[in-house]
Design a protein around this ligand. Sequence first.
Ligand code: FES
Length: 107
Amino acid sequence: MPDVIYVQPDGSRRTCTNEPGRNLMKVAVENLVPGIIGECGGDLSCATCHVFVDADWTERLEPMGADEESLLDVTSEEPTEASRLCCQIILSDALDGIVVHVPETQR
Ligand code: FES
């Protein structure tokens, strides 16, 4: 089963393993990863699942949809080119080992 690595602002890392098909917000919430709230449950209405995808992985993701892109305007931390809402990133074997950074202000 594929791994996801969540990196906190202090550099600490948590590796979570789950089945393909789960989104990265759900994996984080189920594993009590700090800083990933997922308030809307993945309905693309809260932006509390904002992450910065590690540079090694950004090219391997599916392109962002228009709804996700517009919701990045209301994240607690200023979005960057690496920003994604992790409820829209679906875990797969191709993403095994993906690294995402949790924003400092998303608490
Ligand atoms: S969980 Fe609400 S937008 Fe991702």
